[in-house]
Design a binder for this molecule. Structure first.
Ligand SMILES: *[C@@H]1O[C@H](CO)[C@@H](O)[C@H](O)[C@H]1NC(C)=O
Ligand SMILES: *[C@@H]1O[C@H](CO)[C@@H](O)[C@H](O)[C@H]1NC(C)=O
Ligand SMILES: *[C@@H]1O[C@H](CO)[C@@H](O)[C@H](O)[C@H]1NC(C)=O
Ligand SMILES: *[C@@H]1O[C@H](CO)[C@@H](O)[C@H](O)[C@H]1NC(C)=O
Length: 576
């Protein structure tokens, strides 16, 4: 036998033995990032509501770390831009409103984003679902920004069955595979379709791991961005299977009942994703994040019926209901799990936090606003983050910042409306612990030895539930401030004067302390001014008539590429 052949046999033998010892071990953990759209604070069971069971989301969250002091931007596009770039929206021009379908803009191409960083580290990167960060030219779409594949919608909302998106009189299909319109899934419920696609990604990645040699085993980054629980188009604002709606007949309000059915399928999706990770032997080497993009649209706002109770306001507002997000993280890599984190976090922290979690240097990341919270989350130690800018919008003239326990709110994007407390509280019924313990997530996790008990659930749920209205327990260590925390609410007129709240003792923003703590107010306002001086102008654009899907076979498309091509054609025609 020639020496080369012997070497070849030895090498393959080694790979075989090695492969048997650690079948699917990758050098870095898989990252499964699940983002819900417009999910309310009070629409997950772990925050205390009994109305809409979310057993899978709960089972995942209780086993990991519930992020109870976690802030997001008040709207989809700004929030997703912060997640992807690690920067506050004021630093990318994405701070005002959302990206409208007809705008010729997107998240600036000068920004390097999360999937690009992970791809460079050897990750297989797949996106399923909503994008909402630009599509007018192909360079703005997911497959040109670090994702190996994307199937989903580019715009802010869609019908869950026909997958069209509307904007005033513009109407067209918005379901894409890469750049191509996907016309073959008409009638398939978005949440189910996206879940199927996510499971497909996991299954084929599992195959890939089992069939590749040790040093070629790639970790997976799966970004699953549901359209749920955003409202659909005006002709069917709360799309859900009627038989699921029927199951919630105990909910009197018809629209809330439909909303419950939408939430139900979101929860089921989390169950199926975790189950697929389990079946593919990937669960014990994964990091799973579940988060909303912004607060819930409550009481008919945006035609939707979320609940942020007992927090104030909702989507688009800078109150806690718009900016404090329901979220959790689970991973066997976290050292202290099964806890509720009061550590301050912002959605821009995910980029550096995940880079750190996968053992990548966070050095080149110095020009971002996010903080690496990995060690702090893992070991339950203080985070480097001391404040979180919730937004500054110089067009709406509203701004808010959380600094330590304090928060200042200036102005309103909603002309001083939508500043109430919207239910339902969902506290009337009973919480079904068995549903959590028998959920898909629990079954998969149990089989890997990640157990959860009814006692743990009771304890965690109690500490994750926000209590308001001078709750004695809440203010027991308020010291000198105790007196300010009792008695009737102190009103806030945010259009007239900045309002100041102590979120630790008054998470429901019922007591405007601006006049009682003028120095604190000044301090927070001056920090806001400092941030404001670093803001770049919002990059919103007017309606571009070429975006109209009726020009493009009734699909939302990368019209910016197509009109420049047709202009070139026109020019060459005139030359000829
Ligand atoms: C791949 O390997 C894992 C664990 O090693 C196993 O659980 C899974 O079933 C395998 N998948 C396939 C498709 O063979
Ligand atoms: C990261 O590195 C540390 C220290 O070398 C090691 O203990 C840990 O397992 C590594 N984590 C991952 C996800 O590779
Ligand atoms: C803003 O609210 C005030 C007071 O409720 C109302 O008089 C005014 O018309 C509103 N402005 C707009 C633009 O809606
Ligand atoms: C930020 O600056 C802009 C002008 O540069 C101003 O209109 C706006 O009121 C400022 N906002 C805050 C919160 O300071």
């Amino acid at each position: 036998m020639n020496p080369k052949a012997l070497l070849w046999i030895l090498a393959n033998l080694y790979a075989l033995i090695d492969g048997c010892q650690a079948q699917s071990k990758t050098e870095r953990p898989h990252i499964i990032f699940i983002i819900a759209d417009d999910l309310g604070w009070n629409d997950v069971g772990f925050h205390g509501s009994n109305q809409i069971p979310t057993p899978n989301i709960d089972a995942l969250s209780y086993r990991g770390v519930i992020l109870n002091n976690y802030y997001v931007a008040p709207l989809c596009t700004p929030s997703r831009s912060a997640l992807m770039t690690g920067k506050y929206p004021i630093h990318t021009g994405m701070q005002h409103y959302v990206l409208l379908n007809w705008e010729a803009r997107g998240l600036p191409l000068s920004e390097r984003i999360l999937p690009e960083y992970l791809k460079d580290l050897g990750y297989a990167t797949h996106a399923v679902g909503k994008w909402h960060l630009g599509f007018y030219k192909k360079e703005y779409t997911p497959e040109y920004r670090g994702f190996d594949s994307h199937v989903g919608h580019w715009t802010g909302q869609q019908d869950y069955y026909d997958h069209t998106a509307t904007e005033e009189h513009f109407w067209g299909l918005d379901m894409h595979r890469g750049l191509d319109p996907a016309r073959d899934i008409h009638g398939i419920y978005s949440t189910e379709f996206y879940t199927n696609e996510a499971v497909k990604v996991i299954n084929s990645h599992g195959d890939l791991l089992n069939n590749s040699e040790e040093k070629q085993k790639k970790p997976l980054f799966l970004y699953l961005a549901h359209t749920a629980v955003h409202s659909g188009n005006y002709y069917n604002p709360l799309p859900a299977p009627d038989e699921t709606v029927e199951q919630f007949s105990g909910i009197k309000d018809y629209k809330r009942r439909r909303y419950a059915a939408i939430v139900h399928w979101l929860d089921e999706s989390v169950g199926r994703v975790v189950e697929a990770l389990g079946e593919n032997g990937m669960l014990d080497e994964s990091i799973i994040i579940f988060t909303t993009d912004n607060g819930g649209a409550a009481a008919g706002f945006d035609s939707n019926f979320a609940s942020n109770w007992p927090l104030k306001g909702g989507k688009y507002s800078l109150w806690e209901g718009g900016t404090r997000g329901a979220a959790s993280i689970w991973s066997p890599l976290l050292k202290k799990t099964g806890r509720v984190s009061e550590q301050l976090m912002h959605i821009s922290d995910w980029l550096p936090t995940l880079m750190s979690a996968v053992n990548s240097s966070t050095e080149g990341l110095s020009r971002i606003d996010g903080f690496d919270s990995w060690k702090a989350l893992s070991h339950d130690i203080p985070t480097a983050r001391k404040e979180a800018l919730l937004n500054i919008d110089s067009i709406n003239d509203d701004a808010a910042i959380r600094r330590g326990d304090w928060k200042v709110v200036v102005g309103s994007a909603l002309n001083g409306s939508w500043n109430d407390w919207y239910g339902p509280s969902g506290r009337e019924e009973e919480y079904n612990v068995d549903l959590v313990l028998n959920s898909k997530v629990s079954k998969s996790m149990d089989s890997y030895g990640f157990f959860l008990s009814a006692d743990q659930i009771a304890h965690l749920r109690n500490s994750a539930t926000v209590k308001c209205d001078t709750d004695a327990e809440l203010i027991k260590d308020a010291g000198d401030m105790k007196g300010d925390m009792i008695g009737p609410p102190i009103p806030c007129y945010e259009l007239i004067k900045p309002c100041l709240f102590n979120i630790k003792y008054d998470p429901c923003e019922r007591r405007n302390l601006a006049e009682l703590y003028p120095e604190k107010l000044e301090e927070l306002l001056s920090v806001l001014t400092k941030y404001n001086s670093t803001a770049i102008p919002p990059n919103n654009m007017p309606m571009d008539p070429y975006s109209d899907p009726s020009f493009w076979d009734y699909t939302w498309t990368n019209f910016g590429d197509k009109i420049s091509n047709s202009k070139i054609n026109e020019e060459s025609c005139s030359v000829v």
